[in-house]
Design a protein around this ligand. Structure first.
Ligand code: CTP
Ligand code: MG
Length: 180
């Protein structure tokens, strides 16, 4: 029961987990805000780029397609019926994760935090909220069948833990400037 919930929650969120990491690897180039400021501070900052956002969205969407191909074998091995992703669902999760992260940067700049500053809580959940909201809008039937209340509860507990672990890992590998 618990194994099945955790496996389902992790699997269903993978297209939302990968975009931020892909953006770290692919980021750079023109910032989305084009250098513009609002109230004396950058609208988003140099950490939110077109390239990173596109690469992250693409990576998450493609991962959903790969997961669909792997689902029967992995479901069989685990003995858990894992969800598959309609294209709209994979795309919604991936783009939503990126938009949630961008929204968080907007709030960070408005609250006077410079690029790279930590915002505990927001940093760990911004992309989850974005991904879930956009998946709900893009694929409502799939969303309600996949993200039952127990699955949602596991997502909200598991994601901050995974986020901290992967970001500390990326920091230790020298891929990220800060461990959050
Ligand atoms: N990145 C990007 N485009 C995005 C998200 C991330 O190019 N939409 C890249 C940037 O190179 C960024 C890195 O991934 O510096 C790390 O992402 P993140 O921690 O979200 O950005 P920060 O630089 O910490 O900036 P912020 O304070 O705005 O979160
Ligand atoms: Mg950051």
């Amino acid at each position: 029961m618990v194994v099945s919930l955790v496996a389902t929650a992790f699997w269903a969120m993978l297209p939302a987990y990968v975009p931020n990491n892909a953006a770290v690897l692919a980021g750079g180039g023109r910032p989305i805000d084009g250098g513009r400021t609002w109230g004396g501070r950058r609208v988003l900052g140099d950490g939110k780029t077109w390239r990173g956002t596109a690469a992250g969205t693409l990576a998450g969407t493609l991962l959903a397609v790969v997961l669909n191909a792997a689902a029967p074998a992995v479901s069989g091995a685990l003995g858990v019926l894992l969800p598959t992703f309609p294209l709209a669902a994979g795309f919604g999760l991936a783009l939503g994760a990126m938009l949630g992260d961008i929204g968080a940067s907007f709030l960070k700049r408005r609250s006077g935090r410079e690029r790279g500053a930590a915002f505990p809580g927001l940093d760990q959940l911004d992309f989850v909220v974005g991904a879930l909201v956009l998946a709900l809008v893009a694929a409502p039937g799939w969303f309600s069948a996949t993200f039952t209340l127990p699955v949602l509860a596991v997502v909200l507990v598991m994601t901050p833990v995974l986020h901290v672990v992967t970001n500390v890992g990326a920091y230790l590998l020298g891929l990220k400037n800060e461990p959050w």
